[in-house]
Design a protein around this ligand. Structure first.
Ligand SMILES: [Zn+2]
Length: 469
């Protein structure tokens, strides 16, 4: 009752309209008991062991689970069982039909200057080569920009090779700058008459493993087979190119596109009280690529947000708003789950959308996309997380890929808990993405951050949205 009165009384205050505070005006603040409870959740999160159990079950019990596969169906069943077991309510799976891509066998090798096998992986959505494969001279480019700047005939009839390097960064910006080569490279190569597209793996490791990931075709341009080779293979090719050696490559790969399938969004909740119709979304994606175990991408995120919600549900106080765990289907190759969720819940007010999808590294930054009037509340949230090594970020944050789709489409406010991704792209989308990459302590720090953040968002005295455009 007291809170309701505060809200009504507050309606006339300038910060609700996004106006600057007049001198002496009161900034919005969390209730002191709510702040104390957030600190208790944070401290309990640091002792959490639930997330580690969940990661192990999903990553090693089920393993790789591309959307629409039989393993994906088992992951959907597992996620519902796990959410019920850890005490969440309203657990359900919402079906979504989709068309999926399936990898078949693939191999690539250098034919000249010397015969050598290459470690490769087809890019997601790649078309097949003819059964006998494709052999051609290589047109080598240092990066996507160089390919795009080529107005000549060099690529015609050749296999385009793009040696795009991925810079190691804590915030993933190096990947952000490099990944365009994977997404746009095949179309740019085909526009110039290439017969296939090869890419230095978009990754920061120096292992002999290839990184997959989605590429995209354009209906106006021929679809050519596309694949990535390991970084050491790419470096060898670059050296031959620098020496002026004639490069010739052979590739044979098979894949199926547009296979009818079904996947699900899995949803579970901690029911709210007086503002139960408003949703605080904590999310991750349940699907993974078909290589490795999908442990850091994204069993870790699944485990973190589920364990954080479980902590809130066991915490002895019901949240005002409903805390909703959403485990999206098919983030990796189409965002079908995010779009289906947005269509289904478009009319439901969302206090917050957020996603954990950057591995299992420690959270170091809290960024937001909220209405300016709510910024003092985000600053208070950051103060609660400060003892865990979390810095305040700006109000231009990214909340994770599926949540970003929803933030943009529905103009729902968002929070991004930025993780340390220094090592994330060593294993991302590869066979090395296994539970061996996950540290229980970092996982618990994540759970602590998410539990405190979601709780405070649920208790906020004012709506976080709409965020600035
Ligand atoms: Zn992911």
């Amino acid at each position: 009752m007291r809170r309701r009165a505060l809200l009504q009384g507050a309606a006339a205050l300038p910060w609700l309209a996004g106006l600057p505070l007049a001198a002496g005006a009161q900034a919005p603040a969390f209730d002191a008991a709510d702040l104390r409870h957030a600190e208790a959740l944070r401290d309990a999160g640091l002792r959490d062991g639930e997330a580690w159990t969940l990661v192990s079950e999903l990553a090693t019990g089920i393993g790789a689970r591309p959307a629409g596969s039989e393993a994906d169906a088992r992951a959907v069943a597992w996620a519902q069982d796990a959410c019920r077991r850890i005490g969440l309510s309203q657990v359900r799976a919402e079906a979504l039909p989709l068309k999926v891509w399936q990898r078949g066998p693939g191999a690539a090798r250098m034919v000249a200057p010397t015969a050598q096998p290459l470690v490769m992986a087809a890019l997601g959505n790649s078309v097949s080569t003819p059964a006998e494969g494709i052999e051609a001279e290589v047109a080598w480019y240092p990066d996507l920009a160089a390919l795009m700047a080529d107005t000549g005939d060099r690529a015609r009839g050749r296999i385009v090779f793009v040696d795009q390097k991925t810079e190691r960064t804590r915030d993933g910006s190096g990947y952000g700058r490099a990944v365009g080569a994977r997404i746009a490279g095949p179309v740019e190569a085909a526009r110039r008459g290439a017969v296939a597209f090869a890419l230095r793996s978009i990754g920061t490791d120096r292992e002999r493993i290839a990184h997959t990931g989605a590429t995209r075709y354009d209906i106006r341009v021929p679809r050519i087979p596309a694949f990535a080779v390991s970084v050491p293979d790419a470096e060898r090719i670059a050296q031959w190119h620098a020496e002026g050696a004639p490069l010739r490559m052979h590739v044979a790969l098979q894949a199926r596109s547009d296979v009818e399938a079904v996947t699900h969004n899995v949803i579970a909740e901690v029911p709210g009280t007086d503002l139960a119709s408003e949703i605080v979304m904590v999310s991750a994606h349940l699907d993974s690529w078909d290589l490795g175990q999908g442990a850091v991408d994204n069993a870790a995120g699944v485990a973190i947000v589920s364990a954080a919600a479980a902590l809130i549900s066991r915490g002895g106080r019901r949240p005002r708003r409903t805390v909703r765990v959403v485990l999206f289907g098919n983030e990796e190759n189409g965002f079908d789950g995010a779009r289906a969720y947005g269509d289904r819940y478009a009319a439901v007010p969302h206090q917050l959308v957020s996603e954990s999808d950057f591995g299992a590294g420690r959270v170091w930054r809290l960024a937001s996309r909220v209405q300016p009037a709510a910024l003092p509340l985000v600053a208070e949230m950051a103060r609660v997380l400060a003892p865990l090594g979390v810095e305040p970020g700006g109000n231009d944050g990214s909340p994770g890929p599926d949540a970003a789709v929803l933030m943009r489409r529905h103009r729902w406010p968002a929070v991004g808990l930025g993780q340390d991704g220094t090592r994330y792209f060593d294993v991302h989308h590869t066979e090395h993405d296994t539970v061996a990459q996950v540290e229980p302590e970092s996982l618990a720090q994540n759970v602590a951050c998410w539990a405190a953040t979601a709780w405070l968002a649920a208790q906020s005295p004012l709506p976080f949205g709409p965020p600035p455009l």
